[in-house]
Design a protein around this ligand. Structure first.
Ligand code: COA
Length: 303
């Protein structure tokens, strides 16, 4: 018997709160009909009425246009229909042998758990933003003069809760973009690395001195079109520097992975460190060189 799909995103955010969130963050909202590939296109934005059982309110990050392929692309939380594309992509040697993180082979069950985990993280992040917005709306209502005092609480999110690159027209899953905090793999001394990790992880989201990193991969059908360069540049210019207020972000790739290194370099990253890593037997074993790259806000703004 087929396993049930992971459940769809469940968010209830009033149109007024959505408008406020979109005013204070780079996120936008639309409604999508889930249930079949053809029915995954967005419906009317911000319409609150007439939502059917299969219609879901979805936050997204627009990817500035034009994209190099003229494909309309957005970043969204995962959808229940994503696991088969994730499984195909992460078992494809063109992707699997360039990555360290995800399990390999990658099963449908792992994909469903991952999609579910990311869906919950997105629900939590947007529930917090919705609460922030409702508090602001309540304060405005209480204010008899209609002049609201600004709240001290920041509009901030920890990381990127919309990590799925998707076609805005068909809903097709195109790739993944994760934005965790830096892992200090460029620090050989273990004690020092643990200390730096602890300090970086303990910082409040929005603190400029947090060092971020990213991981990305595309469905091989979409390789070779410059898509990731477009995604990375947009995430940097609309999210990492202006919204997370980061001063610095680091990247990594196997030195042999020219497409990844070139993608990062074209967005302004510069290589600064190399080390070797033992590769798991499942991924072919042996030793590979890793290159670390970094980009500081000042360099990005200068470019
Ligand atoms: C890395 C990845 C995301 C790049 O995405 P992409 O948008 O398809 O990148 P492209 O193939 O369009 O290439 C980007 C740049 O690298 C260059 N490039 C690609 N392959 C190259 C090669 N073998 N040698 C030299 N340059 C190469 C391209 O010419 C392009 O540069 P340009 O704009 O100056 O012409 C994609 O290849 C992928 O998903 N790979 C598997 C997973 C992976 O490696 N993830 C990153 C782990 S660090």
């Amino acid at each position: 018997m087929d396993e049930p799909h992971p459940p769809a995103l469940a968010l209830s955010i009033s149109p007024a709160a959505r408008a406020l969130i979109s005013q204070h963050t780079p996120f936008r909202f639309h409604e999508v009909k889930l249930g079949g590939a053809a029915s995954q296109a967005p419906t009317d934005t911000d319409a609150d009425s007439g939502r059917g059982a299969s219609t879901v309110l979805e936050p997204f990050l627009p990817l500035s246009s034009p994209s190099p392929t003229s494909l309309p692309l957005i970043l969204t939380p995962p959808r229940p229909s994503d696991p088969p594309a994730l499984v195909r992509t992460l078992n494809d040697p063109r992707v699997a042998f360039s990555l360290v993180g995800p399990p390999y082979p990658y099963t449908e069950e792992i994909a469903r758990e991952w999609v579910d985990f990311k869906r919950k993280a997105a629900e939590e992040a947007f529930a917090e933003l919705a609460q922030r917005a409702e508090e602001e709306l309540a304060r405005r209502e209480e204010n008899a003069t209609g002049v609201s005092e600004a709240s001290a609480a920041p509009w901030i999110v920890d990381g990127l809760p919309v990590g799925n690159i998707r076609r805005a027209d068909t809903g097709e899953w195109v790739g993944d973009f994760g934005l965790p905090r830096w892992n200090y793999e460029d620090t050989p001394d273990e004690v020092e690395r643990d200390q730096l990790l602890k300090e970086n992880d303990a910082k409040e989201a929005g603190e400029p001195s947090i060092i971020w990193t990213f991981g990305f991969f595309l469905n091989p059908d979409y390789h070779g079109k410059g898509i990731m360069q477009h995604v990375l540049r947009t995430v940097l210019s609309t999210y990492v520097f202006p919204f997370l207020r980061a001063d610095e972000i680091c990247g990594a790739a196997f030195t042999e992975n020219r497409a990844s290194i070139r993608t990062q370099e074209k967005c302004g990253f510069q290589a600064y460190y190399t080390f070797t890593r033992q590769i798991s037997e499942a991924r072919g074993g042996g030793i590979k060189e890793v290159t670390n790259l970094r980009l500081r806000r000042v360099e990005f703004e200068r470019a």
